[in-house]
Design a protein around this ligand. Structure first.
Ligand SMILES: Cc1cc2nc3c(=O)[nH]c(=O)nc-3n(C[C@H](O)[C@H](O)[C@H](O)COP(=O)(O)OP(=O)(O)OC[C@H]3O[C@@H](n4cnc5c(N)ncnc54)[C@H](O)[C@@H]3O)c2cc1C
Length: 420
């Protein structure tokens, strides 16, 4: 009988297994998919490799960094993303790099920035007000309002603001004016360096940690009896456990438990998150990808963000080729967007944008992810606490991005595994 059971072989689960092993404690990890890695995983089509969504490591802890780089070494990228807006390309952040825009639009943006509502940021409750106070009305309405809907699946007035942290840049007037005359060379991104493995896609950061771990693939958990400590799998197997660490999404694990109190069910109903499509495209030319990643503000283009696996590492494509992956998100509780429509919209709009020609495209693929981003509606903190507290009463330790229901990067999900 395995004593320590971990559910999910993403970075949080692998980290928990690895750190237990460091202490001489065995564990068994159960994973529903036929491969380990979770969102850090990847897939290949021919010789093209695509990660499951954009992934760079922002890890700062030196031990974690050397563990992540131990397998293949890392490429250091300086983050210079771009923005696509009504046919113009603006370096990121857009408000600091308005130079390519028509004069009238620059005037509208800068005038509203100067006249933006004055309010103490700490007193602001909704994200739409936060955006107006930070950027002024014109920019807020034409850039982040539109992007919010595409990325978070809801409008900015539905979001609170605690999640923002260092993620959004606050410009000053000198920078805005400077950038409206000529594009700035300064990197304004919140991280000044991002790491990506030289070989094997992003999941290579876990190669060392997963060595020697007992990972049982194709084991989808469907039931947990916390009273008798029994887990049942979709393949008909069941096991008992003494300690249970879960990285499964909160709405999923609650559904697996019998006799869940009404208050907890109600809290689950109050959770919001986005699902996402990955549209992965491979090209027979080396020069399609111009930017490591870029954001798209136009509403008629479904994709919110596009990045280039081939620029992350040339190991992700055959020689002489390049690749892009577009991310399309939507509220998981809304109607799921049609796969075929999303693929067609992405390819045709990208051709219109001049990114590539039809004859350049040699690989196209679309995949669905049921959990992408946690949506920070105001009730999130109360609801997730109720659920996590309930799991604790059952002796279940819930960790990771979807187990703690938080906006976590990979190194933070890894830290969860270490902590537990
Ligand atoms: C669009 C997007 C872009 C991102 N970009 C970055 C980035 O650039 N840099 C960065 O650091 N972070 C990034 N992240 C965040 C990063 O992906 C996560 O923090 C991290 O991968 C979460 O790891 P996890 O182990 O907590 O969850 P997961 O990776 O989701 O692992 C959970 C595991 O549980 C398994 N599972 C689920 N249900 C069951 C079941 N019933 N039975 C058995 N197993 C099950 C899943 O298959 C999965 O393998 C991004 C996330 C998204 C969505």
């Amino acid at each position: 009988m395995p004593n320590n059971v971990i559910l999910g072989a993403g970075i949080a689960g692998i980290s928990a297994g690895y750190h237990l092993k460091q202490k001489g404690i065995d564990s068994v990890i159960y994973e529903k998919d036929n491969d380990w890695g979770g969102l850090c995983g990847n897939f290949t089509i021919g010789d093209f490799r695509f990660d499951r969504f954009v992934h760079f490591s922002f890890a700062t802890d030196e031990n974690d960094k050397s563990l992540f780089s131990a397998s293949t070494g890392m490429i250091e990228h300086i983050p210079f993303p771009s923005n696509y807006y009504k046919g113009f390309w603006l370096r990121h952040p857009a408000q600091n790099n308005l130079a390519p825009l028509p004069i009238q639009e620059k005037v509208d943006i800068i005038t509203d920035f100067v006249n933006r509502p004055q309010k103490d940021i700490s007193n602001i409750v909704t994200y739409d007000e936060w955006l107006r106070v930070q950027y002024g009305n014109y920019f807020a309405e034409h850039f982040p309002f539109v992007y919010t809907k595409k990325y978070w699946g809801v409008s900015a007035d539905k979001l609170e603001t605690k999640w923002v942290g260092i993620r959004m840049y606050t410009p000053d007037l000198r920078q805005v004016l400077q950038g409206s005359y000529s594009t700035q060379d300064e990197c304004f991104y919140f991280a000044k360096k991002m790491l990506y493995p030289k070989k094997g896609g992003f999941k290579s950061i876990l190669n060392k940690c997963r060595e020697g771990l007992d990972i049982k693939l194709n084991h989808k958990v469907i039931g947990i009896n916390a009273q008798d400590k029994i887990i049942t799998f979709a393949n008909g197997n069941s096991i008992t456990y003494e300690r249970l660490i879960s990285t499964l999404p909160l709405p999923e694990i609650i559904n697996m438990l019998p006799d869940v109190p009404q208050e907890v069910k109600h809290a689950v109903d109050g959770l919001h998150w986005t699902c996402g499509y990955q549209v992965s495209l491979g090209f027979n030319r080396p020069d399609v990808a111009k930017y490591l990643w870029f954001y798209i503000y136009d509403q008629d283009i479904l994709s919110a963000r596009v990045y280039s696996p081939s620029l992350k590492s040339s190991d992700n494509v055959p020689e002489g080729c390049s690749s892009l992956q577009a991310e399309i998100f939507f509220d998981c509780k809304a109607k799921i967007l049609d796969k075929k429509e999303v693929l067609e919209n992405t390819i045709s709009k990208f051709i219109e944008m001049g990114l590539f020609k039809k004859e350049d495209l040699i690989v196209q693929d679309i995949r669905f992810e049921p959990y992408a981003n946690i949506t920070f509606v105001p009730s999130i903190y109360k609801h997730r606490q109720i659920i996590i507290d309930y799991l604790k009463t059952l002796g279940i330790e819930s960790i990771g991005r979807f187990g703690k229901w938080d906006y976590k990067w990979t190194h933070q999900a890894f830290a969860d595994g270490k902590e537990v």
